[in-house]
Design a protein around this ligand. Structure first.
Ligand code: IMP
Ligand code: MG
Length: 184
């Protein structure tokens, strides 16, 4: 495993994001919706740096791969607060192809929030397949499979306090990182 972002770097990156979010919303009440489970750590650290009146909700997504094609994204919004007429910020761990964020935002738009923006800790370079970008980004990273600070490989490593790149020696037999995409 190769360290990519240290605890100090993450702390500074999250503080920078919080500052930009604060500048964008001022004192307006904000509803933050985290995508579980990857956004868990970012959400906890980010909300403690925001000073506007804040409500926090969660949505759970999972996607199922069918052969080599992308599986449909399932969204469980049971925990999502009422967002009609509210300023809403969606938070996720990583923007890879962008399909997850775009699809969740499309579904949330149906509930007619006053505004809907997105924040991610990481954005992978040269992977985007959608015509929309996150509004707030902590770090741009190379196209590598990373874990830690909420991000998992087969539901492991979320608890690492830093972000690291997985190396082939870290992979268990029977599948590379891409196979983990079946259960995001
Ligand atoms: P997207 O729909 O391709 O943007 O994928 C976003 C989701 O894929 C994220 O919420 C993560 O759960 C997962 N993902 C993408 N890249 C990585 C990675 O490098 N490490 C861990 N999870 C990842
Ligand atoms: Mg995820």
């Amino acid at each position: 495993m190769k360290p990519l972002l240290s605890e100090d770097a993450l702390r500074e990156g999250v503080a920078r994001m919080a500052l930009r979010i604060g500048e964008a919303y001022g004192d307006r009440p904000l509803t933050i919706v985290g995508i579980m489970t990857g956004s868990l750590i970012l959400l906890a650290d980010l909300i403690r740096r925001l000073r506007m009146p804040l409500r926090v909700g969660l949505v759970q997504t999972s996607s199922y791969r069918e052969g080599t094609s992308r599986g449909a994204l399932r969204i469980n919004a049971e925990w999502m607060l009422d967002i009609r007429g509210r300023d809403v910020l969606l938070v996720d761990d990583i923007f890879d192809t962008g399909h997850t964020l775009v699809e969740v935002m499309r579904r949330m738009d149906a509930f007619e929030p006053a505004s809907l923006r997105s924040a991610v800790l990481l954005r992978k370079q040269d992977r985007c397949e959608v015509d929309r970008q996150p509004d707030f980004v902590g770090f741009d990273i190379p196209d590598r499979f990373v874990v830690g600070y909420g991000l998992d490989y087969r539901d492991q490593y979320r608890n690492l306090p830093f972000v690291a790149e997985l190396e082939s020696s870290d992979l268990s037999a029977g599948g590379g990182p891409s196979s983990s995409c079946a259960s995001r």
